[in-house]
Design a protein around this ligand. Structure first.
Ligand SMILES: *Cc1c(COP(=O)(O)O)cnc(C)c1O
Length: 405
């Protein structure tokens, strides 16, 4: 074993800056990086308490909710997911889970680990959750108490109609657990208007922040269920009753765990930027930039996987042309352009690229870089490429006509 420093020979880590256009993390805004580097203070410091209150208010804005229990879990999006299920699902509880990609499968796994009984509603990968199937499942399982679904399936690029699904849940007296990890900040998420009961997100997708935090929000009906549980929440760390001693309204901010102080500075700055831009403007930016990227990709002959009306603006999945080596293209993009695109998952590994335009990554210069790089690489690999894709991008940026709206 090496114990002497000189034999370890390790230097400070200095990553090459990349342009992140995959399924997350996305580019972190320099203002957020600056905030992360500020001096660490104590997590019970009176100044820090003020920051926590700001974050809660800014998250209420982002989620469009007045829920007082709205705060970030000190861990990535998966922990937000787990917090929702661990608190709301008790042994024996029946949960209708929609699956149209990777993340619905994780929801099922969470239900099982909480001792619940998942009732699966399955749709093809690359398609939205079908409300008719959901309605049928809710009708056939009147003893189900929760409907869980993913708003924006990052594994495929498909958007589901959260408003309609939440309405169905209400009609059938079910609570909703909704994954908005990839939708929050990039497309409308209206927790109160849509009647969503429990929702979680992530810091590193459309919020332009570093990974590691998971904003959540719980409405009154969900909290009632948590308070009336028969069994204790199995996870000590994620037990809302305990966390709220630190994050709760009027709480004396008792120590629960050491809050991730600097990451919370980053989230605060990112949410502040979203507030400055305005939610509607952020949604419109994601929409316009999606149209510009689409114009460029289609000019290159690339085809979208998801039907037009169900596409996420922030995650664009296109099929890889015949004869083009997926891994070779992505590794050259990284080496020669410092550009990261996302690979396909599951049955689509090697067959699609997932191109993210999330948060600070959703910018004209990124689209031009991506389309220009793909044009050059595909051409050099013998794929038939008609020139002019960048012109299409420019034209769409100047005059974004939303043909699908
Ligand atoms: C990224 C993602 C998650 C998981 O978030 P992590 O921060 O990676 O734990 C969950 N759901 C969806 C839809 C995601 O895109």
């Amino acid at each position: 074993m090496n114990t002497a420093n000189e034999t370890l020979n390790i230097a400070s880590f200095a990553p090459t800056p990349r342009t992140l256009m995959g399924p997350g993390p996305s580019d972190v805004h320099p203002r957020v990086l600056g905030a992360l580097a500020r001096p660490t203070i104590g997590h019970l410091d009176p100044d820090f308490i003020g920051l926590m209150d700001d974050i809660k208010a800014l998250l209420q804005y982002a989620f469009q909710t007045e829920n007082s229990v709205t705060f970030p879990i000190s861990a990535p999006g998966s922990a937000g997911m787990e917090a929702c299920f661990a608190n709301l699902v008790e042994p024996g509880d029946k949960v209708v889970v929609c699956q149209n990609g990777v993340f619905g499968g994780r929801m099922k796994e969470n239900v099982l680990r909480c001792g619940g009984v998942p009732v699966m509603v399955e749709d093809d990968w690359g398609r939205a959750v079908d409300p008719e199937k959901v309605e049928a499942a809710l009708g056939a399982n009147p003893d189900a108490g929760i409907l869980a679904f993913v708003h924006a399936e990052t594994s495929t690029g498909a958007a589901s109609d959260a408003r309609v699904l939440a309405e169905l849940a209400r009609k059938h007296h079910c609570l909703t657990i909704v994954d908005t990890v990839t939708s929050l900040g990039g497309m409308p998420v209206k927790v109160d208007e849509w009647g969503i009961d429990a929702v979680y997100s992530g810091s590193q997708k459309c919020l332009s922040c570093a990974p590691g935090l998971s904003p959540v929000s719980f409405g009154e009906r969900a909290l009632k269920k948590v308070r009336n549980r028969r069994a204790r929440v199995q996870s000590w760390f994620l037990d809302l009753n305990l966390i709220l001693g630190y994050w709760g309204e009027g709480a004396k901010r008792a120590y629960h765990h050491t809050a991730p102080v600097n990451p919370l500075y980053g989230l605060h700055e990112a949410l502040l930027m979203l507030r400055e831009e305005g939610l509607e403007n952020a949604w419109a930016r994601h929409r316009t930039n999606h149209l510009a990227l689409r114009a460029g990709l289609e000019a290159l002959g690339l085809r979208f996987l998801v039907p037009e009306q169900q596409r996420l603006p922030q995650l664009n999945t296109v099929t890889i042309p015949e004869g083009v080596d997926d891994a070779a293209v992505r590794s050259r993009l990284l080496k020669e352009y410092n550009l990261e695109l996302g690979a396909g998952l599951g049955a689509w590994a090697g067959r699609v690229w997932r191109i993210g335009l999330m948060g600070h990554s959703s910018r004209a210069e990124n689209i031009l870089l991506c389309v220009g790089a793909l044009e050059a690489l595909l051409g050099s690999m013998g794929a038939p490429v008609t020139p002019g894709a960048l012109t299409k991008v420019q034209q769409t940026l100047e005059n974004p006509i939303d043909v699908s709206a």
